[in-house]
Design a protein around this ligand. Structure first.
Ligand code: NAD
Length: 276
Protein backbone atom coordinates (compact mmCIF):
# COMPACT_ATOMS: atom_id res chain seq x y z
CA UNK A 1 0.00 0.00 0.00
CA UNK A 2 1.30 3.49 -0.85
CA UNK A 3 1.82 5.34 2.42
CA UNK A 4 4.18 8.02 1.16
CA UNK A 5 2.45 11.38 1.61
CA UNK A 6 5.07 13.36 -0.29
CA UNK A 7 3.96 16.76 -1.57
CA UNK A 8 4.57 15.47 -5.14
CA UNK A 9 1.82 12.88 -4.82
CA UNK A 10 -1.27 13.48 -6.93
CA UNK A 11 -4.15 14.32 -4.59
CA UNK A 12 -7.20 12.32 -5.67
CA UNK A 13 -10.66 12.71 -4.15
CA UNK A 14 -13.26 9.97 -4.62
CA UNK A 15 -16.88 11.12 -4.53
CA UNK A 16 -19.53 8.46 -3.94
CA UNK A 17 -16.77 6.57 -2.15
CA UNK A 18 -18.96 3.87 -0.60
CA UNK A 19 -20.60 2.62 -3.80
CA UNK A 20 -19.42 -0.54 -5.63
CA UNK A 21 -17.11 1.50 -7.86
CA UNK A 22 -16.36 4.07 -5.12
CA UNK A 23 -14.88 1.43 -2.81
CA UNK A 24 -12.95 -0.10 -5.69
CA UNK A 25 -11.55 3.38 -6.49
CA UNK A 26 -10.55 4.04 -2.87
CA UNK A 27 -8.65 0.73 -2.86
CA UNK A 28 -7.01 1.52 -6.19
CA UNK A 29 -5.89 5.04 -5.11
CA UNK A 30 -4.60 3.74 -1.76
CA UNK A 31 -2.65 0.96 -3.48
CA UNK A 32 -0.94 3.04 -6.18
CA UNK A 33 2.40 4.81 -5.87
CA UNK A 34 2.47 8.51 -6.76
CA UNK A 35 -0.99 9.42 -5.51
CA UNK A 36 -2.79 9.89 -2.24
CA UNK A 37 -6.46 9.77 -1.28
CA UNK A 38 -7.04 13.40 -0.30
CA UNK A 39 -10.77 13.16 0.41
CA UNK A 40 -13.91 11.08 0.08
CA UNK A 41 -17.63 11.81 0.04
CA UNK A 42 -20.96 10.14 -0.22
CA UNK A 43 -24.57 11.34 -0.40
CA UNK A 44 -26.13 13.22 2.49
CA UNK A 45 -27.87 10.82 4.88
CA UNK A 46 -25.62 7.86 4.05
CA UNK A 47 -24.79 5.68 7.09
CA UNK A 48 -21.13 5.86 6.05
CA UNK A 49 -20.71 9.64 6.62
CA UNK A 50 -18.08 10.17 9.33
CA UNK A 51 -16.48 6.74 8.79
CA UNK A 52 -12.93 6.18 7.52
CA UNK A 53 -12.94 5.68 3.72
CA UNK A 54 -10.14 3.09 3.80
CA UNK A 55 -11.92 1.07 6.45
CA UNK A 56 -15.23 1.10 4.53
CA UNK A 57 -13.35 -0.04 1.41
CA UNK A 58 -11.86 -2.93 3.38
CA UNK A 59 -8.21 -1.82 3.41
CA UNK A 60 -7.99 -0.49 6.97
CA UNK A 61 -8.06 3.08 8.28
CA UNK A 62 -6.31 5.72 6.16
CA UNK A 63 -7.30 8.86 8.07
CA UNK A 64 -9.68 10.12 5.36
CA UNK A 65 -13.14 10.65 6.81
CA UNK A 66 -16.14 10.39 4.46
CA UNK A 67 -17.86 13.79 4.15
CA UNK A 68 -21.29 14.74 2.85
CA UNK A 69 -20.23 18.19 1.58
CA UNK A 70 -18.28 17.75 -1.67
CA UNK A 71 -17.18 21.42 -2.02
CA UNK A 72 -14.20 21.44 0.41
CA UNK A 73 -13.21 17.89 -0.61
CA UNK A 74 -13.02 18.83 -4.30
CA UNK A 75 -11.31 22.17 -3.52
CA UNK A 76 -8.54 20.26 -1.71
CA UNK A 77 -7.86 17.76 -4.55
CA UNK A 78 -5.87 17.84 -7.81
CA UNK A 79 -8.32 15.41 -9.44
CA UNK A 80 -11.77 14.17 -8.46
CA UNK A 81 -13.03 10.76 -9.61
CA UNK A 82 -16.79 10.39 -9.90
CA UNK A 83 -18.78 7.17 -10.41
CA UNK A 84 -22.05 8.19 -8.75
CA UNK A 85 -25.42 9.24 -10.15
CA UNK A 86 -26.11 11.73 -12.98
CA UNK A 87 -27.54 14.51 -10.72
CA UNK A 88 -24.57 14.20 -8.37
CA UNK A 89 -22.10 14.17 -11.28
CA UNK A 90 -23.60 17.42 -12.58
CA UNK A 91 -22.98 19.11 -9.21
CA UNK A 92 -19.48 17.65 -8.88
CA UNK A 93 -18.59 18.96 -12.35
CA UNK A 94 -19.68 22.47 -11.37
CA UNK A 95 -17.69 22.36 -8.12
CA UNK A 96 -14.59 20.99 -9.86
CA UNK A 97 -14.73 23.76 -12.48
CA UNK A 98 -15.00 26.39 -9.71
CA UNK A 99 -12.09 24.88 -7.80
CA UNK A 100 -9.84 24.26 -10.84
CA UNK A 101 -9.76 20.55 -10.00
CA UNK A 102 -9.43 18.07 -12.91
CA UNK A 103 -12.35 15.63 -13.32
CA UNK A 104 -12.52 11.94 -14.21
CA UNK A 105 -16.08 10.67 -14.61
CA UNK A 106 -17.60 7.29 -15.38
CA UNK A 107 -21.24 7.79 -14.35
CA UNK A 108 -23.62 6.53 -17.05
CA UNK A 109 -27.16 7.54 -17.99
CA UNK A 110 -26.55 11.30 -18.24
CA UNK A 111 -29.31 13.31 -19.93
CA UNK A 112 -28.57 16.06 -22.45
CA UNK A 113 -28.41 18.83 -19.81
CA UNK A 114 -26.01 16.74 -17.73
CA UNK A 115 -23.86 16.03 -20.80
CA UNK A 116 -23.82 19.77 -21.44
CA UNK A 117 -22.48 20.26 -17.90
CA UNK A 118 -19.39 18.30 -19.01
CA UNK A 119 -18.79 20.80 -21.85
CA UNK A 120 -19.29 23.77 -19.51
CA UNK A 121 -16.87 22.43 -16.88
CA UNK A 122 -14.30 21.58 -19.55
CA UNK A 123 -13.90 25.29 -20.34
CA UNK A 124 -12.15 25.58 -16.96
CA UNK A 125 -10.59 22.15 -16.29
CA UNK A 126 -9.56 18.92 -18.05
CA UNK A 127 -12.47 16.43 -17.97
CA UNK A 128 -12.00 12.77 -18.89
CA UNK A 129 -15.37 11.09 -19.33
CA UNK A 130 -15.99 7.56 -20.63
CA UNK A 131 -18.90 5.13 -20.40
CA UNK A 132 -16.31 2.36 -20.22
CA UNK A 133 -13.02 3.17 -18.49
CA UNK A 134 -11.42 -0.21 -19.16
CA UNK A 135 -8.14 -0.05 -21.04
CA UNK A 136 -9.01 -3.32 -22.80
CA UNK A 137 -12.40 -2.15 -24.08
CA UNK A 138 -10.87 1.14 -25.25
CA UNK A 139 -8.31 -0.86 -27.23
CA UNK A 140 -11.02 -3.16 -28.60
CA UNK A 141 -12.97 -0.12 -29.74
CA UNK A 142 -9.91 1.39 -31.49
CA UNK A 143 -9.14 -1.97 -33.15
CA UNK A 144 -12.74 -2.34 -34.28
CA UNK A 145 -12.64 1.07 -35.95
CA UNK A 146 -9.32 0.25 -37.62
CA UNK A 147 -10.52 -3.12 -38.94
CA UNK A 148 -13.75 -1.57 -40.24
CA UNK A 149 -11.69 1.08 -42.05
CA UNK A 150 -9.70 -1.60 -43.88
CA UNK A 151 -12.51 -4.06 -44.71
CA UNK A 152 -15.39 -3.13 -46.97
CA UNK A 153 -19.02 -4.17 -46.54
CA UNK A 154 -18.34 -7.60 -48.07
CA UNK A 155 -17.49 -8.32 -44.44
CA UNK A 156 -20.60 -8.54 -42.25
CA UNK A 157 -20.19 -6.96 -38.82
CA UNK A 158 -21.88 -8.69 -35.88
CA UNK A 159 -21.44 -7.81 -32.22
CA UNK A 160 -22.11 -10.45 -29.59
CA UNK A 161 -22.29 -9.54 -25.91
CA UNK A 162 -23.03 -11.45 -22.70
CA UNK A 163 -23.82 -10.04 -19.25
CA UNK A 164 -25.17 -11.27 -15.90
CA UNK A 165 -28.86 -12.01 -15.46
CA UNK A 166 -29.54 -8.72 -13.58
CA UNK A 167 -28.67 -6.40 -16.47
CA UNK A 168 -31.74 -4.43 -17.55
CA UNK A 169 -30.70 -2.88 -20.88
CA UNK A 170 -29.77 -4.44 -24.22
CA UNK A 171 -27.58 -4.25 -26.19
CA UNK A 172 -25.07 -3.10 -23.57
CA UNK A 173 -23.71 0.46 -23.73
CA UNK A 174 -20.31 -1.02 -24.54
CA UNK A 175 -21.71 -3.11 -27.42
CA UNK A 176 -23.27 0.05 -28.85
CA UNK A 177 -19.98 1.90 -28.41
CA UNK A 178 -18.24 -0.85 -30.41
CA UNK A 179 -20.94 -0.65 -33.08
CA UNK A 180 -20.42 3.09 -33.28
CA UNK A 181 -16.66 2.59 -33.68
CA UNK A 182 -17.31 0.09 -36.49
CA UNK A 183 -19.71 2.52 -38.19
CA UNK A 184 -17.20 5.36 -37.90
CA UNK A 185 -14.47 3.16 -39.37
CA UNK A 186 -16.75 2.25 -42.27
CA UNK A 187 -17.89 5.85 -42.74
CA UNK A 188 -21.60 5.19 -42.17
CA UNK A 189 -24.19 6.43 -39.68
CA UNK A 190 -24.64 3.85 -36.93
CA UNK A 191 -28.40 4.33 -36.50
CA UNK A 192 -28.93 3.75 -40.25
CA UNK A 193 -27.28 0.30 -40.18
CA UNK A 194 -27.94 -0.93 -36.62
CA UNK A 195 -29.93 -4.20 -36.35
CA UNK A 196 -30.51 -5.14 -32.71
CA UNK A 197 -33.55 -7.44 -33.13
CA UNK A 198 -33.99 -10.49 -35.37
CA UNK A 199 -36.95 -12.79 -34.91
CA UNK A 200 -39.09 -14.88 -37.27
CA UNK A 201 -38.75 -14.73 -41.05
CA UNK A 202 -36.13 -12.01 -41.40
CA UNK A 203 -35.08 -12.64 -45.01
CA UNK A 204 -31.41 -12.55 -46.04
CA UNK A 205 -29.01 -10.27 -44.21
CA UNK A 206 -28.93 -6.80 -45.77
CA UNK A 207 -25.44 -5.74 -46.90
CA UNK A 208 -23.79 -3.19 -44.59
CA UNK A 209 -25.89 -4.00 -41.54
CA UNK A 210 -24.25 -3.95 -38.09
CA UNK A 211 -26.00 -6.71 -36.14
CA UNK A 212 -26.20 -7.28 -32.39
CA UNK A 213 -26.79 -10.47 -30.41
CA UNK A 214 -27.46 -10.29 -26.68
CA UNK A 215 -26.89 -13.13 -24.22
CA UNK A 216 -27.89 -12.90 -20.53
CA UNK A 217 -27.11 -15.28 -17.67
CA UNK A 218 -25.28 -16.05 -14.46
CA UNK A 219 -22.77 -13.59 -13.08
CA UNK A 220 -20.93 -12.63 -16.28
CA UNK A 221 -19.45 -9.13 -15.77
CA UNK A 222 -19.19 -8.36 -19.50
CA UNK A 223 -18.03 -10.22 -22.63
CA UNK A 224 -17.94 -8.52 -26.04
CA UNK A 225 -16.93 -9.92 -29.42
CA UNK A 226 -16.91 -8.04 -32.72
CA UNK A 227 -17.09 -10.39 -35.72
CA UNK A 228 -16.17 -9.43 -39.29
CA UNK A 229 -17.50 -12.31 -41.40
CA UNK A 230 -16.40 -12.43 -45.05
CA UNK A 231 -16.32 -15.06 -47.82
CA UNK A 232 -13.69 -17.59 -46.78
CA UNK A 233 -12.54 -15.93 -43.54
CA UNK A 234 -13.77 -14.46 -40.30
CA UNK A 235 -12.00 -12.04 -37.98
CA UNK A 236 -13.11 -11.89 -34.35
CA UNK A 237 -11.88 -9.56 -31.62
CA UNK A 238 -12.96 -10.24 -28.05
CA UNK A 239 -12.78 -8.63 -24.62
CA UNK A 240 -13.83 -10.45 -21.44
CA UNK A 241 -14.11 -8.58 -18.14
CA UNK A 242 -13.60 -10.79 -15.09
CA UNK A 243 -13.40 -7.98 -12.48
CA UNK A 244 -14.81 -4.46 -12.08
CA UNK A 245 -11.31 -3.54 -10.98
CA UNK A 246 -10.47 -2.76 -14.62
CA UNK A 247 -12.73 0.32 -14.52
CA UNK A 248 -11.12 1.67 -11.32
CA UNK A 249 -7.65 1.04 -12.66
CA UNK A 250 -8.50 2.85 -15.92
CA UNK A 251 -9.99 5.79 -14.00
CA UNK A 252 -6.87 6.23 -11.86
CA UNK A 253 -4.72 5.99 -14.98
CA UNK A 254 -6.86 8.79 -16.45
CA UNK A 255 -6.42 10.84 -13.24
CA UNK A 256 -2.62 10.72 -13.64
CA UNK A 257 -2.96 11.59 -17.33
CA UNK A 258 -4.79 14.88 -16.54
CA UNK A 259 -1.59 16.27 -14.96
CA UNK A 260 -0.46 19.14 -17.17
CA UNK A 261 -3.37 18.57 -19.57
CA UNK A 262 -5.14 21.52 -21.26
CA UNK A 263 -8.77 22.24 -20.37
CA UNK A 264 -11.20 20.26 -22.53
CA UNK A 265 -13.20 17.04 -22.82
CA UNK A 266 -11.26 13.81 -23.29
CA UNK A 267 -12.05 10.10 -23.37
CA UNK A 268 -10.07 6.95 -22.66
CA UNK A 269 -8.81 6.80 -26.24
CA UNK A 270 -7.07 10.15 -25.57
CA UNK A 271 -5.65 8.80 -22.31
CA UNK A 272 -4.19 5.79 -24.14
CA UNK A 273 -2.89 7.91 -27.05
CA UNK A 274 -5.24 6.15 -29.50
CA UNK A 275 -7.13 9.19 -30.80
CA UNK A 276 -6.78 10.17 -34.46
P1 NAD B 1 -23.49 2.26 -6.69
O1 NAD B 1 -24.96 2.51 -6.56
O2 NAD B 1 -22.90 1.07 -6.03
O3 NAD B 1 -22.69 3.56 -6.15
C1 NAD B 1 -23.09 4.88 -6.34
C2 NAD B 1 -22.57 5.69 -5.16
O4 NAD B 1 -22.82 7.08 -5.39
C3 NAD B 1 -23.31 5.31 -3.85
O5 NAD B 1 -22.38 5.17 -2.80
C4 NAD B 1 -24.22 6.53 -3.62
O6 NAD B 1 -24.51 6.74 -2.26
C5 NAD B 1 -23.32 7.62 -4.19
N1 NAD B 1 -24.04 8.87 -4.42
C6 NAD B 1 -25.29 9.05 -4.93
N2 NAD B 1 -25.58 10.36 -4.90
C7 NAD B 1 -24.51 11.02 -4.40
C8 NAD B 1 -24.21 12.37 -4.13
N3 NAD B 1 -25.09 13.34 -4.36
N4 NAD B 1 -22.99 12.66 -3.61
C9 NAD B 1 -22.09 11.70 -3.37
N5 NAD B 1 -22.32 10.39 -3.59
C10 NAD B 1 -23.52 10.06 -4.10
O7 NAD B 1 -23.20 2.26 -8.24
P2 NAD B 1 -21.88 1.72 -9.01
O8 NAD B 1 -22.09 0.33 -9.48
O9 NAD B 1 -20.68 2.04 -8.20
O10 NAD B 1 -21.92 2.63 -10.33
C11 NAD B 1 -21.88 4.04 -10.24
C12 NAD B 1 -21.95 4.62 -11.65
O11 NAD B 1 -20.78 4.26 -12.39
C13 NAD B 1 -23.13 4.10 -12.48
O12 NAD B 1 -23.60 5.16 -13.30
C14 NAD B 1 -22.51 3.01 -13.34
O13 NAD B 1 -23.23 2.77 -14.53
C15 NAD B 1 -21.17 3.65 -13.63
N6 NAD B 1 -20.11 2.72 -14.04
C16 NAD B 1 -19.30 3.15 -15.04
C17 NAD B 1 -18.21 2.38 -15.44
C18 NAD B 1 -17.28 2.93 -16.49
O14 NAD B 1 -16.31 2.25 -16.86
N7 NAD B 1 -17.48 4.15 -16.95
C19 NAD B 1 -17.96 1.14 -14.83
C20 NAD B 1 -18.82 0.73 -13.80
C21 NAD B 1 -19.89 1.54 -13.40
Amino acid sequence: MATNNSADNLKIAVVGSTGRMGQMLVREVMSREGCVLSGATDRKGSDFIGRDAGEVAGLGACGVIIQDDPAPVIAEADVVIDFTRPEATEEHLRLAAQAGCAFVGGTTGLNDAQKHAIELAARHIPVVFAANMSVGVTLLSALTKKIAQVLDDDYDIEIVEMHHRHKVDAPSGTALLLGQSAAEGRGVIHDDVKQAVRDGHTGPRPKGEIGYATLRGGDVIGDHTVIFAGEGERIEVTHKASSRHIYASGAVRAAFWTKGCKNGVYDMADVLGLSD
